[in-house]
Design a protein around this ligand. Structure first.
Ligand SMILES: NC(=O)c1ccc[n+]([C@@H]2O[C@H](COP(=O)([O-])OP(=O)(O)OC[C@H]3O[C@@H](n4cnc5c(N)ncnc54)[C@H](O)[C@@H]3O)[C@@H](O)[C@H]2O)c1
Length: 345
């Protein structure tokens, strides 16, 4: 009798538990369906909103591409402290002169004392003022110390142009370890030290602009540039991630511009003979860069046509890309005559 009663009790318990489980499964399923429907609805809503906004963004972009600079309002740099790294040569010197003409308080950094003197001369000859600092961008401590000096002696930096760059021009096996490290220190690591030095003040005042000078070699791997190209690819990632952080944290008034020029006639790539793209003049590059800054553009690729060719890299078969690069553009061949720098760091 006891066994019979216990068996009935256990069976009743099991049945009740299975009812409860079935009920909770039913409820969970209902809840899951509801959650899934909400997720799908939110995704659909965000996608529709994105598509509507995309139409606006595309039309806006076409509009601003067609409107000449003279007819649009551009950001004034008058009175702004603009720091140009690598201001002692090439594009940096042209930037310094043009920025001074726009009324900016120009500060230049360079490792070359002679280069700095020449730029200062070019600016003061036109009747403007300029401040220069000798600094090796490969030396993190020197960068931090010089940044503090600038803040004390000149004031808060409004526009930071990370322009300095270096290239050795050897194939991977010919490159010394020291050369590889120098390229990384100057071309990309220094960007971390300068941005860490000047961004906090920009955030505090709600005003600032960080310009990252990359290269077309940072969008397309280049012969004899495993170090240079890799650091320039890194500048793209640096700029895009920094841009994401600024926007995600609501710092919408701090701007970021990535500049990717093709070959420039400054001597950096002396001996290179690009087949389909012309060597750009440093004056043109500096002018275009400043226009881009004044328009708060996020990307500035020179020449502009390169921007439309780049997606092919991901769309075409790899063999076809190589053939296009080797047979049609003669990319590697154009770098064969490039006069490499001495193998010192
Ligand atoms: N020249 C080109 O064909 C070309 C093409 C695409 C991108 N770029 C990029 O444009 C920028 C400017 O190039 P450029 O053609 O005017 O070069 P450049 O060699 O004429 O000038 C670079 C300046 O950076 C300075 N510099 C180098 N190492 C330094 C260091 N350790 N510390 C401080 N200063 C240092 C040099 O002294 C020089 O004044 C660079 O970032 C370069 O990589 C150049």
């Amino acid at each position: 009798m006891t066994i019979l009663l216990t068996t009935i009790f256990v069976l009743l318990q099991l049945q009740q538990r299975s009812y409860t489980t079935a009920f909770s499964v039913m409820m969970n399923t209902k809840r899951n369906v509801n959650t899934q429907m909400t997720t799908v609805f939110n995704l659909a809503k965000d996608t529709v909103l994105f598509l509507v906004l995309s139409c606006y963004y595309i039309l806006e972009s076409i509009f601003w591409t067609l409107v000449p600079n003279a007819l649009r309002s551009m950001k004034s740099l008058k009175g702004d402290v603009v720091l140009v790294t690598g201001g002692g040569g090439g594009v940096g010197r042209h930037l310094a002169v043009k920025l001074a003409r726009l009324g900016a308080k120009v500060v230049i950094w360079d490792i070359s004392v002679e280069g700095l003197q020449k730029t200062c001369q070019a600016v003061t000859d036109e009747g403007y003022e300029i401040t220069s600092y000798v600094v090796d961008l490969a030396d993190r401590t020197a960068v931090y110390t010089t940044a503090e000096k600038v803040k004390k002696e000149v004031g808060k930096v409004d526009v930071l142009i990370n322009n300095a760059g270096t290239v050795f021009g050897y194939t991977l096996l010919e490159l010394t370890d020291a050369a590889i490290e120098t390229t990384y220190k100057v071309n990309i690591l220094s960007h971390y030290w300068t941005v860490k030095s000047f961004l906090p003040d920009m955030i505090q005042t709600g005003k600032g602009h960080i310009v990252t000078v990359g290269s077309v070699a940072g969008l397309l791997g280049t012969y004899r540039c495993t170090d240079y190209s890799a650091t320039k690819f890194a500048t793209v990632g640096f700029h895009e991630s920094l841009f994401t952080e600024l926007r995600a944290h609501g710092h919408n008034t701090i701007h970021a511009t990535l500049v990717c020029p093709s070959y420039i006639n400054t001597g950096m790539f002396d001996g290179a003979t690009p087949r389909l793209v012309q060597m750009l003049e440093p004056d043109y590059v500096a002018e275009t860069m400043i226009d881009s800054i004044r328009k708060n553009e996020v990307n500035c690729v020179m020449p502009g046509s390169v921007r439309y060719l780049l997606p092919l890299k991901c769309l075409l078969p790899a063999k076809m890309c190589w053939d296009l690069m080797y047979r049609v553009m003669k990319g590697p061949q154009s770098m064969m005559g490039f006069a490499a720098k001495p193998k010192v760091s």
